[in-house]
Design a protein around this ligand. Structure first.
Ligand SMILES: [Zn+2]
Length: 91
């Protein structure tokens, strides 16, 4: 199957991210470490069966985030993001 057939938008990982972060993350803004563009997490490109979940920048296709789960552990790789900005849970 082509990668494009598996592509969905960032809203597909809203529930997954909500398990790790205490705030709604689809409205968060991520800065791509590759091209520097800022995208709302709800609008990024998500590949659910990559293996694991792979999130790519819609502008340059750089991998922003990888999420792999297995054996009771989670690997969350955010190295493709320069920054992620979201609502302060204490605000
Ligand atoms: Zn980019």
């Amino acid at each position: 199957m082509l990668e494009s057939e598996l592509k969905v938008d960032g809203n597909a990982i809203g529930g997954l991210l909500r398990e790790f972060f205490t705030v709604e993350m689809t409205a968060a803004e991520s800065t791509c470490a590759g091209c520097g563009k800022v995208h709302v997490v709800g609008r990024v490109d998500v590949y659910m069966n990559a293996p694991g979940v792979v999130v790519r920048c819609p502008s340059c296709t750089n991998v922003l985030m990888r999420v792999v789960r297995g054996g009771g552990r989670v690997w969350l790789d955010l190295s493709g993001m320069r920054c992620i900005e979201f609502t302060d849970p204490e605000a």
